[in-house]
Design a protein around this ligand. Structure first.
Ligand code: ATP
Ligand code: MG
Length: 593
């Protein structure tokens, strides 16, 4: 492919909305084009990278025995009502949906559990037809609240989604392990540095779930790792070993009713300072509106140590709710009689018909000599003992573990200290269990001739997001440093002048490389060398061959890798072999021997 005959347009400016480097570089290198917020076109060059990603994913999925399918993106509402997802996705605002001319409602698929389950339930009747794993590589639609970061969070994006079907949990385990291994190979083939973390699997369904994360400072996920190397989890899911208790060994003082004034001070730090203590000794009481699996609403009061924060992803499952949200100030006022800052666990009232349940975070279970809000403006109780004064309340329901893990906390494995890093979720494997098969009656007769819902797994992988993550991990000040397997072209030949003998030598090299099976691009433009070098660095060809008149007089051309940017003078007849060897070794450095 010659530049003079191709559609590759690099740009100098960075678009205003490009906050992260992969977005800036994909745009400036002319690989993507924004059509609307979160909606991108791939140019021919960008699509070559995406295609490589598609090929890698397809090869590795096929190698596991999974079978490719093609499921509709436009899906009828009825199917989504059956699975129970329609209303929740509409309420969340994530679902793109529309009406047809007859008033029928449809969704643009954000994933395809319903569509695949519908196909399977109509075709399979016996355990003998199992197991199998069906996958597709297709566009997904999600009306993300904040579409941003270019390909990292789009509203229309390419996902590989796979769905495994087994007669029991044991079969699912086999599929899950196969997918785990395939994902490792995929990200290794992309030369990505990645980490596996335990992930939250939501309030309903799903027993195990892991995310594949590309570690990068710009990642939207916070990841918790033990420095002993034996634990990794998304912060949404992470737990810690029990924290040291500052009150250990202390004699509990007597309860001091509303005898600690905290006038107008609503922050934990402010109150601790005013009371002459530390935030660990201040009990924060958070009131949540919860909805149970039965659809009933209730209220939850959750007690947490003042130096910790409640993890609202972990919370619903821990307290047995489907979802929770912080109570409005109005409800809070009715339940407690006061405003945030002075709320406490004693004397809470139910709101209308909604009962109230009290939960205590594990960090406070043995707490003594604490302060908590007195449910009176500007006042706290002192000398609070959790076992004596709180665990005995009639609406106390349980000790739960809902604190957000912090840098420096002890690892739950008992070894090491937790460290927090940022990551980009590129893949997610998930044991769904029977959530969809039960809701949608996707059943077969098992060996004992009993009808059972199929046991499912689902496995997602973002292709555009992975390409962008590769750039987040591989770039420098001047442009992209493509991992060879994802580069639009592995090599570029560029001429410094369009003199006949230079073009002739470059043509020969270009043809020679092509004949040797190297994916080579040819910068034959009539541009100043400075302009060309800038472009070639920006687009990030792993290996570059520069042909100029002066070099040819001495019988050499210049070859360099993008990563090192150090040119070596090489005789033209050695170039093909050298380029091939260098590419085979990952193009980190020139392989000259
Ligand atoms: P996130 O938490 O980042 O929103 P998710 O957990 O909702 O992602 P999944 O439903 O697990 O995503 O989707 C599977 C994969 O699809 C993700 O691991 C990711 O690689 C990709 N993906 C999800 N949402 C987007 C998006 N908006 N843009 C690009 N890729 C996405
Ligand atoms: Mg996910």
């Amino acid at each position: 492919m010659r530049w003079s005959q191709s559609f590759l347009v690099t740009l100098r400016e960075v678009p205003g909305d490009a906050e992260v480097v992969s977005h800036q570089l994909l745009y400036r290198a002319g690989l993507i084009h924004k059509l609307a917020a979160g909606i991108y076109s791939f140019t021919p060059f960008g699509f070559r990278s995406l295609r490589k990603m598609i090929d890698i994913v397809r090869e590795e999925m096929d190698a596991t025995g999974a079978m490719e399918v093609d499921l509709p993106i436009l899906q009828p509402k009825e199917l989504w009502v059956e699975s129970g997802r329609w209303q929740r996705y509409v309420d969340d605002g994530i679902l793109f949906h529309l009406e047809d001319r007859k008033g029928g409602e449809f969704a643009l698929a954000p994933t395809a559990e319903e569509a695949v389950t519908d196909m399977v339930r109509r075709s399979v009747t016996s355990w003998r037809q199992l197991p199998f794993n069906l996958y597709q590589i297709r566009t997904k639609f999600r009306d993300e609240i904040r579409p941003r970061f270019g390909l990292l969070r789009g509203r229309e994006f390419l996902m590989k989604d796979a769905y495994s079907f087994d007669v029991d949990e044991k079969g699912l385990d086999v599929h899950y392990r196969k997918m785990d291994a395939a994902y490792r190979r995929i990200f290794e083939r992309c030369n990505l540095e990645y980490a596996l973390v335990e992930a939250d699997s939501g309030a309903i369904g799903g027993s195990a779930s892991q995310e594949f994360m590309v570690v990068a400072d710009t990642g939207e996920d916070a990841l918790v790792f033990s420095d002993a190397g034996d634990y990794g989890a998304n912060v949404e899911k992470a737990v810690t070993a029990p924290l040291p208790e500052p009150w250990a060994g202390e004699e509990p003082r007597s309860f001091g009713e509303a005898n600690a004034p905290t006038p107008g001070i609503t922050t934990t730090e402010g109150q601790a300072k005013h009371l002459g203590t530390t935030p660990e000794r201040i009990v924060n009481t958070m009131i949540y509106e919860a909805v149970g699996a039965d659809g009933k609403a209730w209220l939850a009061a959750v007690l947490i140590r003042g130096d910790l924060a409640i993890n609202e992803v972990k919370l619903p499952k821990a307290i047995g709710a489907l979802h929770v949200k912080l109570a409005s100030e109005e409800i809070l006022g009715k339940v407690t009689g006061t405003r945030p800052g002075f709320v406490g666990p004693l004397g809470l009232l139910p709101f209308e018909e909604n009962p109230i349940s009290l939960f205590v975070d594990r960090s406070l279970e043995h707490g003594a000599n604490l302060w908590c809000g007195a449910n009176l403006e500007g006042l706290h109780h002192s000398g609070v003992s959790i076992p004596r004064d709180v665990l005995s309340l009639p609406y106390f329901k349980g000790v739960v573990e809902v604190a957000t893990a912090r840098e420096g906390d002890p690892s739950p494995t008992g070894k090491g200290t937790l460290r927090i890093r940022r990551g980009i979720e590129v893949g997610h494997i998930f044991k769904l269990g029977t959530k969809y098969s039960e809701a949608m009656k996707c059943e077969v007769a098992n060996q004992a001739q009993k009808m059972v819902p199929l046991t499912m797994g689902c496995y997602g992988l973002g292709l555009g997001r992975t390409v962008a993550a590769a750039i987040e991990q591989n770039h420098d000040d001047v442009g992209i440093i493509w991992p060879v397997p994802l580069a639009p072209f592995a090599c570029v030949v560029a001429v410094l002048q369009r003199d006949a003998h230079v073009l002739e030598a470059a043509d020969r090299l270009y043809e020679g490389l092509k004949a040797a099976g190297v994916e080579v691009f040819y910068d034959d433009r009539d541009e100043r060398p400075g302009v060309k070098f800038k472009d070639l660095d920006l687009v990030g060809f792993p290996v570059r061959v520069v042909v100029g008149g002066k070099g040819l007089q001495r019988g050499v051309v210049e070859v360099s890798t993008r990563r090192e940017r150090k040119a070596a003078e090489i005789a033209p007849d050695r170039v093909v072999e050298l380029v091939k060897k260098t590419l085979a070794a990952g193009a980190k450095t020139l392989v000259t021997d």
